[in-house]
Design a binder for this molecule. Sequence first.
Ligand code: ADP
Ligand code: ZN
Length: 219
Amino acid sequence: MQAIILLGPPGAGKGTVAEALEKTSGYIHVSTGDMLREAVKEGLPVGLEARSYMEKGELVPDDVIIGIVKERLARGPDDARYMFDGFPRTINQARLLDEVLESGGGRVSHVFLLEVPREVLVDRLSGRRICRNCGAVYHIRNIPPKVPGKCDICGGELYQRPDDRPETVLNRLEVFEKETASLVDYYDRKGLVRRIDAAHDREGTVAEITKYLMAGGSE
Ligand code: ADP
Ligand code: ZN
């Protein structure tokens, strides 16, 4: 089992970049945020537990996250290559991931840190809209759907995530600075962090990450 990690603040574009990379790279996209939203939608116990944290922009407790990730990894083939988006978010989660990978003889090969100035993040998050049906991501100005409020791919209704409302967006950015930014040190010490300028178009970001993946190894 091998893994790469997309690390970066909310709004850095981890999800859209991951979607594009999944098609070309063979890495399986695992988004804990998507898994949690799915659990909320289906009314699963995990979803009930996670919901109040998510709506406030707080981190969901580690034991819940670790539970869903373990379950997800147990389903995949042993030689799967994963691309994590939104996970790990705490040192605790990072340690657990290392343990799980090592027990299967694998490891994290790259950590891509998507860097974006704060003003851009706020604009991206507050303008983001998502298809209720297929999960495709739009932005009211930067990636507008052809028909306002409707998904280009499936015609589904577009909605705003409750945590993309302005009052929650600022809290999420703060939580990232406080909790998740220390992960950069954790992985920097292992020499795994590749800093990517993710302030511009998605294609540029994807191309830069692909360059590292094609180069192979971890350097
Ligand atoms: P973003 O990165 O844009 O904030 P996500 O979809 O990754 O969006 O996460 C949405 C919310 O789900 C987070 O604010 C948090 O409440 C919860 N969440 C997702 N992944 C994790 C995680 N690994 N640890 C703790 N909470 C998480
Ligand atoms: Zn759709």
